[in-house]
Design a protein around this ligand. Structure first.
Ligand code: C2O
Ligand code: CU
Length: 490
């Protein structure tokens, strides 16, 4: 072969390889500013297609109510030390409200260069209050502020965190706890309104309900920002409800050492008929919450979050540490059944959210990326729904890693795992740990119009393209990912 011929052959071979590669590379590029709601392709889940999006309703109009707030808080975000703080602390201040109250939070960005937002994880807020940069608002730049207003309708344990450059900002401290206590039972007209009743002012029938927010700072697991063991004084016989919140990127196992406990709530929804467990841990998925209730024994008890981080609860110091139990509670069969309030057999949409992994380009970067239903971000399904739909979704994971899947704005009930039907209490979640090889079937009612992200709460994975949406027909967003505000939701 002449040198010239060899060159031509080499060039043709190179083109044959590079041509398609270039095409895939080019196709993967995400423009500097784009409409999240117009990305990917609509998936109607077997339901009517309606008129697509871009219709009459704007995300920006789906705000919380006006009027005087019952709870009002200002949170100022700062770059401090080698992390971020809210009002100079991390975790940020704990917000407490009673069920039915109107909460108003003013977010001020003093010094976070990339901008910030606040997302109310697990609170099914109106869409404009959801805090997702580029989808429900613009990121709040330095010197700016933003007001969130929403009614907390469901008692339970929640948390808030930035949803702008989330994978970095949450890890570095921009989060806090939000607790909604039950409304007092309506008082009968004949009952004198006296404060003498032992439960007055404390409709939660427990003596203490401490938050146990678990977070890893610089490789050190902490409870409420403190490594190792912090303590709460409580007399023997007291009833304590520990509100465990996993703010990390991966699952943790938590347990109560020294006492039997009951898992009384998951993700802000009460468990029906929870029975006591001992020598058993409970998995708390990334983003998820577990309320564990127990009676303080004379020697005290410990709420253990693993890696030595714990909250000791008892009359004195010195509650001994306990080893991590080998058994893990299976919520699929825990508690007793109760009506779901929806009929999965009458589902009007059936979606699949199949997570896998393959080599390809993500915004021009070659790598091994997550796929949804075989597609790479941004070519992902938009799960289209209409208000009132009963939605079923199959979430399957064959990607080799665990994914804590989180749907905004809704709670879904677990119907089955790997073909085994749920038999216990209705297991309502907003964050679901989907292990490698697992398939879950969930159902929810589409009752909160908007455009809702439905993503992996290992936020690094979300930046790697594991982020799709549930979108209501006819709803559009004026916000753009990227753009002048530099919106970068994950
Ligand atoms: Cu806790 Cu999309 O977030
Ligand atoms: Cu993931």
């Amino acid at each position: 072969m002449s040198a010239r011929l060899r060159l031509i052959v080499a060039a043709v071979a190179a083109l044959a390889v590079l041509g398609p590669l270039g095409w895939f590379w080019q196709r993967s590029l995400v423009s500097d500013s784009y409409d999240m709601a117009a990305m990917g392709y609509p998936d109607n889940g077997g339901g009517p297609s309606g008129h697509g999006h871009g219709g009459g309703l704007s995300v920006a109009d789906l705000t919380g109510p006006s009027g005087p707030a019952d709870v009002s808080v200002t949170l100022t975000a700062r770059r401090e030390g080698h992390g971020y703080t809210l009002n100079h602390v991390s975790p940020g201040p704990e917000i407490r409200a009673r069920q039915g109250q109107l909460v108003e939070v003013r977010l001020v960005n003093e010094s976070v260069a990339d901008g910030v937002t606040l997302h109310w994880h697990g609170v099914d807020v109106p869409n404009a209050e959801d805090g997702v940069a580029g989808v429900t608002q613009d990121a709040v730049g330095r010197g700016g502020s933003h007001v969130y207003r929403f009614v907390v309708r469901d008692a339970g344990t929640y948390w808030y965190h930035s949803h702008q450059v989330g994978h970095e900002q949450v890890r570095l401290g921009l989060f806090g706890a939000l607790v909604v206590t039950p409304a007092p039972p309506p008082r009968a007209a004949s009952t004198p309104a006296t404060a003498a009743s032992p439960t007055a002012g404390s409709p939660l029938a427990v003596d203490a309900d401490p938050v146990v927010a678990v977070h890893t700072y610089d490789g050190r697991r902490t409870v409420n920002g403190r490594p190792q063991v912090s303590s709460l004084t409580a007399p023997a016989g007291a009833t304590v409800r520990a509100r465990i919140i996993n703010t990390d990127a991966g699952p943790i196992r938590a347990w109560v050492g020294g006492a039997a406990y009951r898992v009384v709530a998951v993700d802000g929804r009460d468990v029906h008929g929870p029975t006591p467990v001992t020598d058993t841990a409970v998995l708390v998925t990334a983003g998820g919450r577990i309320d564990a209730e127990f009676t303080v024994p004379p020697g005290g008890a410990r709420v253990e979050a693993g890696a030595g981080a714990a909250l000791a609860v008892g009359p004195g110091p010195g509650t001994p540490a306990t080893a991590q139990p080998r058994a893990t509670l299976d919520l699929l069969g825990y508690g007793t059944p109760a009506p779901l309030g929806l009929d999965p057999a009458k589902a009007t949409r059936n979606f699949e959210y199949r997570v896998d992994r393959r080599p390809g380009f993500l915004d021009g970067r070659p790598g091994l990326w997550w796929t949804v239903n075989g597609h790479l971000f941004p070519d992902l399904p938009m799960f289209m729904v209409a208000t009132g739909d009963v939605v079923r979704m199959t979430i399957a994971n064959t990607s080799g890693e665990v994914h804590p899947m989180h749907l905004h704005g809704h709670h879904a009930v677990v119907l089955s795992r790997n073909g085994v039907a749920a038999t216990g209490s209705p297991w309502w979640v907003d964050s679901l740990d989907v292990g490698d090889g697992d398939t879950y079937e969930i159902a929810f009612i589409a009752d909160n119009p908007g455009i809702w992200v439905d993503h992996c709460h290992n936020l690094q994975h979300a930046t790697e393209g594991l982020l799709a949406h549930v979108a209501y027909q006819g709803v559009s967003t004026p916000y753009r990912v990227g753009g002048a505000a530099g919106n970068q939701p994950e």
